[in-house]
Unconditional design. Structure first.
Ligand SMILES: Nc1ncnc2c1ncn2[C@@H]1O[C@H](COP(=O)(O)OP(=O)(O)OP(=O)(O)O)[C@@H](O)[C@H]1O
Ligand SMILES: [Mg+2]
Length: 503
């Protein structure tokens, strides 16, 4: 289910993303804060599975609590849980299916699964291919990771999510061309300079008071300003530059009205308010070097493109730079949506899908979803626990049972009878179907068309199916990381026996 969050500043967030939900909650207890951090850690590590990791940790804590009540020492529980998690990762790895990066169908299936649970699920046919294409452009056969900072999502209100697109051999900016002084909005054969200095009159270093007592002095100041700005603009024009990207400045105006007037007369397209953290992405994409001083302003630092155009798309203005010469290894995505709330969730969902594909670059293996791996690992761990003795065996059994929380939660969220589903899953796994899981897409169809009749009549055959056949797959790394991180946090909490508040 999705959550509606009202932030302290009155903003509205509608999301399904675990990390975002938890970040917005203001947890007070340090142990609760650790669970929020756990979700954030999973977000950094793999980007998806941020809800599962916390659900798993909660279930493990519940299991531990029952064992503590029986008098088992927390250190013993923590040790056994750590061993059980190592075994669980082994079983997960053993059931995974290795894939090749060139196998884009598999990448697409994994990206679609990550979008299935989101509000954006109806647009997964648009977003999943975009996520796969974006990561595939940056990854080579030999790469072991992809830096997602090289993929930029520009959000624009207008149209629907279906209008979201990947920009081919180009770049899109958040900012628009300035037209206040009548400057150009379209430039062909662009020579683009990215500057970090200001095109406005300098300010004194200290707070000085200059008293202007007559028009003559006023004229002198204006003349000096015109001369200073004119010189700057002439120097810029002389180099042949025709597109100027100006970094935002907090010291003084990045570009003032007079400079804009000169630049528009010189037919130079101006974009201001480039953020400091955009500089690296822009210079990498355009192949240009940021210029910090007018003295260093020279042609070899420019980026070149066939066209810079301020276009209008579905009611939004977009500054598009296309046909970039020697474009760097980056990708720009334009996310479109009818309002800000939808767009923000679209960005988070796209981020999850991008992370899923990145996980497959890091570790090229897939496993089924829909609770199938958890039930399999739970069964295998229980079997293994029978070969152990004493308390350790007991702890392994408890750990195995705790893993079943994932299929239980999936079933509950789909409005199904969780106990019946999990029992059916256990049966099917005992019969050797180790990829038997819940397919929620199929469940929703059942719910829509058969008005819950099938679910109530306990005819679970259609709901529990082979998840690999149903294309419900996820990266191995998401599951292994969730198991490892959740166990680590639970063990950390178990080893604490007192809480001291330092003042
Ligand atoms: N069509 C489907 N049928 C059944 N289960 C599915 C389906 N699609 C995804 N799942 C399962 O849903 C779970 C993921 O749910 P969800 O994406 O809401 O949470 P998360 O990945 O843990 O966290 P988040 O996406 O918020 O970071 C996984 O266990 C996955 O196997
Ligand atoms: Mg997910």
């Amino acid at each position: 289910m999705d959550k509606m969050i009202q932030t302290a500043r009155g903003e509205l967030i509608i999301t399904n993303d675990g990390a975002t939900i938890l970040k917005s909650t203001q947890a007070l207890h340090p142990a609760a804060k650790m669970l929020v951090d756990l979700s954030a850690a999973q977000d950094v590590e793999v980007g998806d599975g941020t809800t599962s990791v916390v659900i798993l940790a909660g279930s493990l804590l519940g299991a531990a609590q029952k064992m503590l009540a029986k008098g088992i020492h927390p250190t013993m529980i923590a040790q056994s849980f750590t061993k059980a998690s190592v075994k669980a990762v082994e079983y997960l790895t053993e059931m995974s299916i290795p894939i090749q990066l060139s196998d884009s169908a598999s990448l697409l299936r994994a990206a679609s699964t990550s979008l299935n649970s989101k509000i954006m699920s109806q647009y997964s046919s648009t977003l999943a291919p975009i996520a796969v294409a974006a990561v595939s452009r940056l990854a080579t056969q030999s790469s072991s990771d992809v830096d997602l900072r090289d993929i930029r999502i520009v959000k624009k209100v207008g149209g629907t999510i279906e209008d979201t697109e990947l920009v081919e051999n180009g770049l899109v900016l958040h900012q628009n061309a300035i037209t206040d002084a009548g400057g150009p909005t379209r430039v062909e054969s662009a020579k683009i300079a990215l500057i970090q200095f200001q095109l406005s009159a300098p300010k004194p270093d200290m707070d000085n008071v200059v008293i202007v007592s007559n028009y003559l002095q006023m004229d002198k100041i204006n003349k000096e300003k015109r001369r200073y700005l004119g010189n700057l603009c002439i120097k810029i024009k002389k180099t042949g530059c025709n597109v100027l990207l100006i970094q935002k400045s907090i010291l003084r105006d990045a570009v003032d009205a007079l400079a804009l007037q000169y630049l528009s007369q010189m037919k130079i397209l101006v974009v201001k308010d480039i953020e400091r953290d955009e500089i690296q992405f822009l210079s990498k994409t355009l192949g240009c070097k940021p210029i910090a001083d007018i003295e260093a302003f020279s042609e070899e630092k420019f980026g070149r493109a066939e066209l810079v155009d301020d276009v209008s798309r579905l009611g939004s203005r977009l500054l598009k730079i296309s046909g970039i010469r020697n474009m760097g290894p980056t990708v720009s995505l334009v996310a479109m949506g009818s309002n800000k709330v939808v767009l923000d969730e679209c960005e988070r969902s796209l981020h999850d899908a991008l992370c899923v594909v990145r996980c497959l670059v890091k570790k090229r293996a897939l496993i089924g979803g829909g609770g199938a791996p958890e039930i399999h690992v739970s069964r295998m761990l229980s079997e293994y626990a029978n070969s152990l003795k004493g308390v350790e065996s007991y702890c392994f059994h408890a750990y195995a049972e705790a893993l079943e929380v994932i299929p239980v939660t999936l079933a509950e969220n789909a409005g199904l009878d969780a106990i019946a589903i999990v029992t059916e899953l256990r049966n099917r796994h005992a019969l050797g179907e180790r990829n038997a899981g819940i397919n929620v897409r199929r469940v929703s169809l059942h719910i829509c068309y058969l008005a819950l009749a099938i679910a109530h009549s306990r005819n679970l055959k259609g709901l529990v199916s082979d998840v690999l056949d149903e294309d419900v797959v996820q990266p191995l790394l998401v599951s292994t990381s969730a198991v490892e991180l959740a166990t680590e946090t639970v063990c950390l909490l178990l080893k604490i026996d007192d809480y001291v508040q330092a003042r």
